[in-house]
Design a protein around this ligand. Sequence first.
Ligand code: NAD
Length: 344
Amino acid sequence: MAADNKIRFVVIGAGHIGKRHAEMIRRDEEGELVAMVDVRSKEECGVADWNVPFYHTFDEVLSSGLEFDVVNVCTPNGFHAAQSLAALNAKKHVVCEKPMGLTKDSCEKVIFKSLQVSKQVFCVMQNRYSPPSVWIKELIEKEVLGEIFMVQLNCYWNRDERYYKQGGWKGTEDLDGGTLFTQFSHFIDIMYWLFGDIDNIQGKFADFTHKNITDFEDSGFVSFDFTNGGMGSINYSTSVAMQNLESSITIIGKKGSVKIGGQYMNEVEICNIEGYEMPELAPTNPGNDYGAYKGSAANHNFVIRNVIETLKGRTSATTNALEGLKVVEIIERIYKVRNEQFNL
Ligand SMILES: NC(=O)c1ccc[n+]([C@@H]2O[C@H](COP(=O)([O-])OP(=O)(O)OC[C@H]3O[C@@H](n4cnc5c(N)ncnc54)[C@H](O)[C@@H]3O)[C@@H](O)[C@H]2O)c1
């Protein structure tokens, strides 16, 4: 912590989301952005006029003698685990963009190191802050829906040539990892956060419109059992024409049913629970807008606030490293079923 008690951050990756982290740190009165790191130039990253030290590698930051507390890993997915490890080796806390890694094994190494050096690893799952998510979490914890019978997650988005640019990291097996990692891990996180782990995974996968633009499937129907009881499914696709269709969760419980929908699970569409009156919820922040396509809720201000509050001992991490690992592990197990189907 700096003499003025501010938490000092270094952001690695100055792309779309790294700039958002940087902006949120700058806006937080207890945060200080001390450096940004990117393999590209300041101009290429669109931060030429930002008054912040800029480096091309994390090693350069370390040898500069700069003092800082936290490293925000905002690079392509395939770099997350290795860069988190490098930050922990330098005895810094980590804020890691989703997903925490592309294999359970790499996430385990990060958790092992964080325990060894007593530093925190915060995972970014900002959809947890959306008012419908906060509301449904409380409802499930208080068992208002009773026994859970069925949970259905529908994630139907548009990602086409406008998104998968030639030569970029998106769509590649090693740096992107797959549709469930890049597009839909937020929703798998919400499902895991609400209902816990899954088992007996079965699936059917297809590649409808991305054969020439990505290394992996674009669509799937996945079904499973919850280890806590009840059964569930994830139906997903990035082949939806023109624009996102929906990201929704439908929950069928013994005492009632709920559907949260909208483009990114941002609206409670149905709440039918015996003897329960739905409270009025605050509006959800709009989704991240990348021009032609739209992403998850723009809630990164809450993420940075939670990091600062946690490091100052006032609260605990909203999404900790074990939860980050579980999402990766669930996706890895789903992809094992896909790989068997595709003989990969
Ligand atoms: N939480 C969310 O809702 C959300 C939304 C979008 C992206 N993300 C995640 O954020 C990460 C970045 O996504 P993005 O959309 O900002 O991508 P992006 O391509 O816009 O930015 C990535 C940046 O990392 C830089 N980079 C690449 N390799 C590097 C390296 N080895 N060292 C330093 N910099 C390097 C690139 O030059 C680029 O500027 C991804 O993991 C993605 O899944 C999360």
